[in-house]
Design a protein around this ligand. Sequence first.
Ligand SMILES: [Zn+2]
Ligand SMILES: [Zn+2]
Length: 349
Amino acid sequence: MADEHQRTSLAYDAADEYRPEPPRPPELPAWKDGSIRIGIHTSIAGDVVRALDLAEGLGANALQIFSASPRMWERGSSRISEADAKRFRDRRKELGFGPLVVHDNYLINLASLNPVLRARSLQAFHQEIIRAVALGADYLVAHPGSGRDGTSAAAVVAIAQGLRQATRGLKLGDLQILLENMAGQGSSVGSRMEELKAVLDACPDLPLGVCIDTAHLYASGWDLRNPAGLDAALRAIDQVIGLARVPLVHVNDSKTPLGSRVDRHQHIGKGKIGLEAFRRLLNHPLLQGKAFIAETPIDRPGDDRRNVARLWRLVGKTVRVTGRDGMKPRRRVGRAGKRRRGVRSAGRR
Ligand SMILES: [Zn+2]
Ligand SMILES: [Zn+2]
């Protein structure tokens, strides 16, 4: 019933556009204190508040989460209770974490023209925004979508229209929606900066920006391995999008070669892009003030901790961590066997 109601309220009416709120005086969130922000995608399995403590234990001061299962359509209400949301916001404040990034569900395709998939996508994205606002997120990262049949231009129109519909009637507050650049697999939109810019331009009233993913950049043909290649990529992003609209970088090494258009993340420094390229990237003058968040795989216990530590080392800092990690033994139980009790990986993606 609730579902039906939601769907009806999302019916598209071309005359009903997003109405911007009157501009508020700019207010800087506490985490924008000029300090370097490094985070990692963290599982919310079990309890959303736990993700904050998990990320802190990994040495991060920023984090990205899914706010619901990333590979399932929601059934019934996927809202986060106000009590849980408040616990989350309070704990986050205590930890001084930021930015808080929510990544949208992988099934959402705002470019789809299939009526069923489109309705589900718009509904799910609408709910993504509601949850992100409830959690006090700074950014909601969205994959632009994939236009199966039709041109890239048609897909761009569908995405822009989808964003306007899904945000209709919602107060976004300080939440910004960031479209992520893509590796260029299949008919996905967003491997070219011009496509992302076209969506931004088509939604002038929405608080939109861009999240740059290094693995996707590399797979889409930007050679980040050498200084000239990195400069060329950043200059192109600046010229087309404007780096002021790129507050977040997904730092992922790539398992796949340059221009492969295949999206496979690898541990920082262990893939085709390599450690020195990440050192240049993290310290690049054009990227100062950006937040860096890893979405690296978990192959072995401690991988998240190692990737975060590596990123800090690349900016010349070491962090002391409490050592809690999704797959790392939490504590020893019992004297006799010194048995290690661990938490299994909750599955990042
Ligand atoms: Zn990414
Ligand atoms: Zn990716």
